[in-house]
Write a protein that binds this ligand. Structure first.
Ligand code: G3P
Ligand code: CA
Length: 255
């Protein structure tokens, strides 16, 4: 399996914690990784960007404004892009207080730290977030995750994913889609060794899951947080569901 570390007998889809268990802990932090493990996620999804001095860090947005206290620590740079900061600068930011007082002091983790936290306990789904901003980032992520078990790398940028596949042919790869993938896109993905087709849940139905499976690939989908949607999506036969609420999804799947 592509997700070898936590292979287990299973019926129904894998549970993937979106940015960690991000309904209950600050997204893309080690606290969100720990909460995902408590909520029995099979895997954790994160968003990777690159610092000015070349470190791979986990942040979703283009800026730090929503998820840190950047406006207090660096008042003149509150809306600067993530990639304009060094790792040492990012480490000064509080990535938890925006979420809740109890999360104060959480720091932005590196990809390596986050992967170490999960190692052997849950798989890791790494999204290259807007990789066109970071030329060559796919090769750096390839280097970081090559040899780690239970890691999958995905992006909406399929050109960059083609480059990733050349750099790391043995690392399972996913293509993200906003809308419903066309047959031509599925053929293209299969020809490039893609293992996961990961569209937005609104476009997922049993016919799409079958089209993907007919080409030897799996279907995952994001971001499914309402129990009614969880039930409908699980019934399509998808291989994994990405959710902010792993514990809720577990309950729905058990029911
Ligand atoms: O894993 C897919 C999903 O995370 C893509 O959307 O905006 O949450 O990164 P976004
Ligand atoms: Ca993401």
């Amino acid at each position: 399996s592509a997700l070898a570390d936590t292979d287990r007998p299973r019926s129904g889809p894998e549970v993937v914690a979106h940015r960690g268990a991000s309904a209950d802990a600050p997204e893309n932090t080690l606290a969100a990784a720990d909460e995902a493990l408590v909520q029995r996620a099979d895997a954790v999804e994160v968003d990777v960007q690159r610092t000015a001095d070349g470190h791979l860090v986990l942040v979703h947005d283009a800026t730090l404004a929503r998820t840190t206290d950047v406006a207090r620590v660096f008042p003149t740079r509150a809306l600067a892009p993530v990639g304009a900061f060094t790792l040492a600068e990012l480490r000064r930011l509080d990535a938890g207080s925006w979420f809740s007082p109890a999360s104060a002091g959480e720091r932005i983790p590196t990809l390596g730290e986050f992967a170490d936290r999960l190692r052997g306990r849950a798989d890791l789904l790494v999204e290259l977030k807007d990789p066109a901003r970071y030329p060559g980032v796919e090769k750096e992520v390839a280097y970081e995750v090559d040899g780690r078990r239970g890691v999958v790398v995905q992006s909406f940028d399929h050109d960059v994913m083609r480059s990733f596949a050349e750099a790391a042919p043995d690392v399972p790869a996913g293509w993200l889609f906003d809308g419903r993938p066309t047959a031509a896109q599925l053929d293209d993905a299969a020809a490039h060794g893609v293992t996961q087709i990961n569209p937005s849940f609104e476009v997922v139905d049993a016919a799409l899951v079958a089209e993907v499976a007919a080409r030897g690939m799996q279907t995952g989908t994001y971001t499914v947080d309402a129990p009614d949607d969880m039930r409908r999506i699980a019934d399509t036969g998808v291989d994994r569901i990405i959710t902010d609420r792993p514990a809720v999804l577990r309950t729905v799947l058990a029911g």
